[in-house]
Design a protein around this ligand. Sequence first.
Ligand code: UGA
Length: 442
Amino acid sequence: MRLSVFGCGYLGAVHAVCMAKLGHDVVAIDVLPEQVTELAAGRPPFHEPGLPELLAETLATGRLRFTTDAAEAADATVHFVCVGTPQKKGEYAADMTYVRAAVADLLPALKPGDVVVGKSTVPVGTAERLLETIQDAEPAAELLWNPEFLREGLAVQDTLTPDRFVYGAAQRDGVPTAQATAAMGVLDEVYAAALAAGTPKIETDLATAQLVKVAANSFLATKISFINAMAELCEATGADVTRLADAIGYDARIGRRFLNAGLGFGGGCLPKDIRAFMARAGELGVDQALTFLREVDSINMRRRVRMVDLAREVCGGSIVSRRVAVLGAAFKPNSDDVRDSPALSVAAQMQLQGAQVTLTDPRAIDNAKKKWPDLQFADTVEEAVRDAEVVVLLTEWQEYLALDPAALREHVAVPRMLDGRNCLDPLAWRAAGWTYRALGRP
Ligand code: UGA
């Protein structure tokens, strides 16, 4: 099938490559010439495991091309909208500039029978407005809402073999219109491989489909903040939040996943999505329904403050002029993304409060440098921890989990380890002579 993908950021680039992998003919469109040039040359502008290989493979087939020219979408019959919806500056609401611009660019290319598929995370109500805009330009084109649930670090796998599909379609009297039904048939062809493999599909109305995405991210954020609230209780009582999570996680109704207490959530999705959801609920007059998300956000942000306080505590009351080694800048492992990264935010706070911070990360140093050029950066752990008075682990990269406490001790001035992700074995570190402290653990 001939597809166009608007937006070559995380979502769009991965989607375009994966659709080409499935055998479709894909044109991927972005307004940023550098993004297009890099991708066309086989270089993804962000770190995502497996993507460089798949990009090279699909470019070589000739089925995938990148361009800044939206008119090239005219050859395609299915058009995916994959542009970003970041948080507006100074507000909770989502910035819809890129979605509106992408759809405006697409309109002249639309033909009867074309299907526009929205994948961006948007405030509920957006799809209904876009459908009007699209059908004003081409009444025989249809819009479906098909949210994306990919995780950074697992984006290729999540796109090729998702755990579910959600199709939102225009309905009349509770049933999809004839044109929407036909459009869903077209989308079934796009996803034929995964559907044949038994991936569940939920067909619903446009509003529900848009809500599913923000509801899912809000639930995940709530789960993380719940366990981090328990960590606060554990800190006040001498209990151990990791054992608590293990114990409640065995209840299948609760589940152990997304119950890792520590520095909390960050990245380009969870934080801005819960805020945009609150803003939208306010506009709809149901803000009370999401008041709890304010608390979820506060608990999450308090973990960052607590981490800095913990550093102060182990340094005897002040971090001024203390040499602090920070391991991790990315918002999570296997990513070079530092958007709203708890790790980078804690590193920057410590620096602002007078510490001498040296930061290392296997992948995210370049992006961290752009945000906080005043920090010191080191390429290796050994270099970062040299003469450190405290080492702070903030992103649980596999290579940090595998650190040898005895060997690392040789490099530091004072063996103090603060584990912001509850990912090290306290007994092993203490046995090697380290003062080990963590969030929510005695
Ligand atoms: C998230 C969702 O998990 C995806 O399903 C969704 O598609 C995506 O947002 C999106 O909206 O596009 P992602 O931002 O890649 O994916 O990251 P997550 O794996 O959800 O992790 C988010 C944050 O939560 C990270 O900072 C991570 O360190 C933190 N986290 C996660 C915890 O603090 N504890 C946990 O137990 C799990």
